[in-house]
Design a protein around this ligand. Structure first.
Ligand code: MF3
Ligand code: CO
Length: 260
């Protein structure tokens, strides 16, 4: 997300297994929130459903109190329509036709899982459906490129090329990131780039890949609450994210609901 300079930490296979459990619990808590999405539900209720699953497992969110303009006040981010990332849950009621992204994290045995999805509320427009599908596909392409000997730029290139061919834009301001004992480790992983740019991927790296896609412009603004990031032109946006390990057998998604 914002901007940091952090070291890249290589994980052992045992650490990756712990991260897979962090990711699985994160996906389960996310599912509890997603299953509540319908017209009339508030974004605070989604946060509460997520936290209820966390309490069952005795785990917590790395988002809560994350340093920023003021400590981040919730366990998830809920970003509606033109809001791209970092929307704060509250009294806002979701309405038929909205699209909402839920971004969430879980710390389990000292390791972080980080994930986001964008979901329609009730029936949504064909334009909104196409945006969501394209953003999810951009994440698939990013994951497919998370292989040894590829570089960070190869990932960004794949995402940017696809997204722009669909007529959309990628953010330049916010990026994916290494993830492990901390939510934000190196390297930063932009959603744009050129083949061969940046460092080379190595076995044991664990990366949060997160395409953030905007319909009308790559430019963003921060709203009055100082956290919520929205498209500068008010156009729709979408965001998907998985935590993924680089392994000898290729990319291993760590934020899946079911072991497979
Ligand atoms: N998934 C987001 C990220 O990668 C979530 C951070 S929100 C914050 O940066 F509140 F924790 F900052
Ligand atoms: Co992230």
């Amino acid at each position: 997300m914002i901007s940091w300079e952090q070291s890249i930490n290589i994980k052992t296979p045992q650490e990756i297994e712990i991260m897979r459990e962090a990711g699985r619990i994160n996906a389960e808590a996310l599912q509890a929130a997603v299953s509540l999405i319908e017209p009339g539900v508030t974004t605070a209720e989604l946060n509460a459903a997520f936290e209820a699953v966390h309490r069952q497992y005795g785990v917590y969110s790395p988002f809560k109190n994350y340093p920023g303009p003021y400590p981040y006040p919730a366990s998830i981010c809920t970003s509606v329509n033109e809001e791209l990332v970092h929307g704060i849950p509250g009294d806002r009621k979701l309405e038929e036709g909205d699209i909402v992204s839920i971004d969430c994290g879980t710390v389990y045995q000292g390791f972080v899982g980080d994930m986001a999805v964008t979901v329609g509320v009730g029936e949504i427009s064909p334009d909104a459906q196409r945006l969501i599908k394209a953003t999810e596909h951009a994440l698939k392409l990013a994951i497919a490129n998370l292989v040894t000997n590829n570089t960070i730029g190869d990932i960004g290139f794949a995402v940017q090329t696809y997204v722009e061919n669909q007529g959309y834009h990628v953010t330049r301001m916010y990026t994916g990131h290494g993830v492990g004992r901390k939510m934000h480790e190196g390297p930063q992983v932009p959603n744009y780039g050129k083949p061969g740019w940046g460092i080379r991927l190595r076995e044991g790296m664990t990366i949060a890949l997160e395409p953030m896609v905007l319909v009308g412009t790559p430019d963003t603004v921060v709203k009055a609450d100082q956290w919520t990031v929205a498209s500068a032109d008010g156009s729709l946006t979408a965001h998907f994210e998985h935590t993924v390990a680089v392994t000898a057998d290729g990319p291993m998604i760590l934020t899946l609901l079911n072991e497979n």
